[in-house]
Design a protein around this ligand. Sequence first.
Ligand code: SF4
Length: 267
Amino acid sequence: MSTAHDGHRHIVSISGGKDSTALAIYLRDKLAKVEYVFSDTDKELPETYEYLDKLEAYLGQRIERLRSEHGFDHWLKIYGGYLPSARMRWCTKVLKIRPFEQHIGDDPVKMYIGIRADENRGGYRPTKPNIIPVYPFIEAGYGLDDIHRILDESGIGFPNYYSWRSRSGCTFCFYQQRQEWVGLKENHPKAFEEAKRYEKIDPDTGTRYTWSERESLEELERPERIAEIKAKAELSRNINRIESKKLLNILGQDDDEFVEPCSFCHF
Ligand code: SF4
C-alpha cells in the first residue's frame, strides 16, 4: 500500500461496523492525511452513532457525515414503493454511494475499504473513474483475528449491537437474519414498528411488499414464531460449534438467511 500523498485524497468510508472501524484505526498512523466519512441514511442504529463518536474521540478527527439530499421515503416513492432487496439494492446506491461520490466530486481519490483477506466477497465498484479502491487488509493478509486484535488494543472494542446483530447497517436492513429482526424488536421496538409500517400487502392482487420475501414482520413477530426462530438460531450455533456448516445443509436453512452482505454498508 502506498502511503505517499500522490495527488489523491485518501478517504476511509466507515460503515459503523467492526472492519471499517479497525481499518480507520490501522490507517491513522500510516497516512499523513486521511479523511473519514460515514454515509448516514438516517435509519441507523443508535449504537452505530455511539460507536462513531467513540471512534472519532480515538482518531482525534471528525468523521464527516454525508447524507442524500432526499431521505429514504422520497426514494421509496421514486422506486414505486418497492422496498429495497438484495436483487434491487437501490438504497445503497442513493443513500450511501451517491452522497459519497458527490462529496468527492472529480477529485482523484483513493478509497480505503475494510474487506479482509479471509473474506470471499466482491469489493466496491466505483462508478467514477477518479476513485481507486484500496484494500489494505487484503494487501496485509489480515483476517478476523487481526481485526479483533486492532479493536482490542485500541480499546474501541466491538459495537454494542454485536450482542444481537452481526452487521452494521440500517435498522430495517433486509440482509438481517431472522433472529436479528427479533433482536431489533427486543432492543429497538420503535424501529421494528417503523420497519413494519413500510410493509404492505395489496389486498386485491396479493402482492407483498415485505422486507423478507418469505414472511412479513407481522408474521415473524408472533410469539410462537419468535420462539421457533430463537430455537433454530440456538441449534445453528450448537451445530456450528460441533460440525460446522455441513450439518446445516442437511437440516435445511431458510433460503434468504445467508446472503452476501452489501460491501459498501456492512464492513
Ligand atoms: S444497510 Fe442495508 S438497507 Fe441500509 S443502505 Fe445498506 S443495504 Fe440498504
